[in-house]
Write a new protein. Structure first.
Length: 393
């Protein structure tokens, strides 16, 4: 897959999102509670502020004013970058919004470049292209172009794996450490990279014995170390190093500060949440079922990934490090006791899309086309609701 083709894919995706926004402004009623930049700014410039709804407001506030109590849930690298770039635009609030969107969209494009290079190491161009399409068409891919940290984390995590495959451990530690202070799920890179190092050693691809092993382990250890540094900063300011976990419940009524196991969450959705939602209110119906179905599908992809990694699936192979990353990064957000936001959290899990593309590559054109069409319809609905102020993920 050539660079020019990637540009076409990316620009087409970005254009489709803009067209969806235009249509949504005309046909979807406005929900005014969590609009990016506030109601006045949104009504004046909806083409800008639509992409800063919900969490985007928190990132902007942190970038402009610094951390306040109960905001440490939003990890620091993204708002720090926003603040740094915003200095070029002056002190106006709109400058922060422009900065955030520039960082998000540029990060996503850089991440896609890394994804293509990474997938190409093991698979054909057909798998590369299918993986790319699945990510672009996923119902919550619009978050990559919004004022959210998903795109930055996506780029950092993909390139971390790419440099691990190339055994360039200094870059691995640097980018992995930055990922760990972009999103909590960045800690999933730590066991995944240990698995990658184990496979390299087992296959006798380690270059220079014990010294090389020590250097690579030190680089990988930068990932938990940067998270510990952030936790130390939080403790200095709040007295509680785990403040970002202990106050997670304020960001959703379904979430709990206590650890809840995955089977318990499924039980809650099947027997308590799904039977009791207001089926006359479409946004809630769409969002709740999107959460549940995402959990089901990605649970299956995790299982398939683990089986493929240990050679238990015929003609389907995926690296052990990818499977470990997929497992840990999928489970972390579910431990809060809810699938709320899960459709957004999983969009950065590139191994799942590789597995799905391997499956689709064996299907007929009709099946593949049907999957793409269904994803695009859901993307259109989700984007339309989000840009008009409705909670999606």
């Amino acid at each position: 897959m050539r660079f020019k083709e990637l540009i076409v894919y990316y620009l087409t995706w970005r254009l489709l999102l803009f067209i969806i926004l235009l249509i949504a402004i005309s046909v979807v009623p406005l929900q005014v509670n969590f609009l990016g930049g506030g109601r006045v700014n949104y009504l004046l410039y909806p083409y800008l502020w639509s992409w800063a709804n919900f969490d985007g407001e928190h990132f902007l506030a942190i970038a402009r004013d610094g951390y306040k109590p109960l905001t440490y849930f939003f990890f620091p690298l993204y708002p720090v970058l926003i603040r740094s770039l915003a200095n070029l635009f002056g002190s106006a609030f709109v400058g922060y919004a422009f900065s955030g969107l520039i960082i998000s969209n540029l990060s996503f494009f850089i991440g896609l470049i890394g994804l293509i290079r990474l997938v190409r190491l093991d698979y054909s161009d057909n798998i590369v292209r299918t993986t790319l399409l699945l990510i672009l068409l996923f119902p919550t891919s619009f978050y990559f172009g919004s004022l959210y940290s998903e795109s930055l984390f996506f780029a950092l995590s993909v390139w971390t794996f790419y440099f691990a495959r190339r055994e360039q451990w200094l870059f691995v530690g640097t980018l992995g450490g930055l990922a760990a202070i972009t999103r909590l799920v960045g800690i999933a890179l730590f066991p995944a990279l240990l698995a990658e190092l184990y496979v390299l050693q087992k296959n006798k691809k380690i270059k220079s014995g014990n010294l090389y092993l020590v250097k690579s382990l030190c680089a990988i250890l930068l990932i938990p170390m940067t998270l510990l540094m952030y936790m130390f900063y939080i403790k200095t300011n709040t007295g509680d190093a785990l403040d970002f976990l202990h106050n997670v419940a304020i960001y959703g009524q379904q979430r709990s500060s206590n650890l809840i196991l995955l089977p318990q969450v499924f039980y809650r959705y099947i027997f308590k949440i799904l039977p009791n939602i207001n089926y006359s209110y479409f946004p809630v119906v769409f969002t709740t079922w999107l959460e549940f179905l995402t959990a089901v599908i990605f649970s299956l992809l995790v299982v398939f990934g683990l089986l493929a990694a240990v050679g238990k699936l015929n003609k389907v192979r995926i690296r052990l490090s990818y499977a470990v990353y997929l497992l840990v990064a999928f489970l972390i957000p579910t431990l809060s006791g809810s699938f709320s936001s899960l459709p957004r959290y999983v969009v950065i899990l590139f191994p799942a899309f590789i597995i799905l593309s391997l499956y689709l590559s064996k299907q007929s054109v009709i099946v593949r086309g049907s999957v793409y069409l269904l994803l695009f319809i859901c993307l259109g609905i989700a984007t339309s609701l989000f840009v008009r102020g409705y909670w999606i993920s």
